[in-house]
Design a protein around this ligand. Structure first.
Ligand code: 9D3
Length: 231
């Protein structure tokens, strides 16, 4: 899969996408990721990317020309152009699975300044937020989306890592887990896990997962169709 990211803050991307699973995916040629500086698509001396809103009002807006020019100069058409903004629909695992099917994404990061509406009208296929809190710009959201989508690409995770996602536990929070030692500072691992009784262990884990989900994320139980599979 190819992902292009358009941002005013390319330096923010150094680090998170050069580590761990995303690094491995890039090295294996499974992910072709390029970060582009929006300012590189301006032509004036001051490399202007923003301007005042027509009709007045506070703040500035991202000008349409550099964004359109960047999108057009990326060559082979992206299969999905996605704006990142607090006004988008909320990114979730179902959207991550959908995006992982695409050949080529273009992620356009917003900033405190919004987009000129013509970018939405004539360029974007989609507009995503990563949640209801205010960030300074769309760079972290872009990294979040690249990370979530990359681990779903075929061949990126080992069999061990990926089969877990398909297991019965999907749609529920993780059950409590323990490793050695069986007793640590007086805290004991639940007896059932040491019992070797597999049916009993599965029952215990399911019950614990449901309890924890009810407690921490009752909204997740409403979202499933009773089969524990996340939509
Ligand atoms: C005055 C209205 N503000 C919206 C709540 C303006 C505004 C604030 C912050 C516009 C852009 C931003 C910068 N944030 C993003 O570009 C952004 C974002 C976010 O702030 N939270 C969650 N997801 C995202 S995706 C892009």
């Amino acid at each position: 899969m190819r992902i292009d990211v358009l941002t005013l803050f390319p330096a923010m991307f150094a680090g998170p996408l050069d580590e761990s699973i995303v690094k491995r995916a890039r090295e294996a040629g499974l992910l072709d990721l390029t970060i582009h500086n929006l300012r590189d698509y301006t032509h004036d001396r001051h490399r202007t990317v923003d301007d005042k809103p027509f009709g007045g009002g506070p703040g500035m807006l991202l000008k349409p020309e550099p964004i359109f020019e960047a999108a057009e100069s990326l060559g082979r058409d992206p299969t999905r152009v996605i704006l990142l903004s607090p006004a988008g629909r909320t990114f979730d695992q179902a959207i991550a699975r959908e995006l992982a099917q695409e050949k080529h994404l273009l992620l356009v990061c917003g900033s405190y300044e919004g987009f000129d509406e013509r970018v939405r009208e004539a360029l974007a296929d989609d507009e995503l937020s990563i949640g209801d809190y205010v960030l300074t710009n769309g760079a972290l959201p872009a990294m979040v989306i690249v990370d979530a989508v990359t681990r779903l690409l075929p061949g990126v995770l080992g069999d061990d890592e990926s089969s877990h996602d398909e297991s019965f536990s999907r749609g529920l929070l993780e059950y409590p887990q323990y490793t050695r030692p069986a007793e640590f500072r007086g805290m004991k691992v639940p007896e059932v896990l040491l019992s070797g009784n597999h049916a009993e262990i599965i029952r215990w884990r399911t019950e614990q997962a449901k309890k924890r989900t009810q407690d921490q994320r009752p909204d997740m139980l409403k979202k499933t169709r009773g089969n524990g599979v996340m939509e």
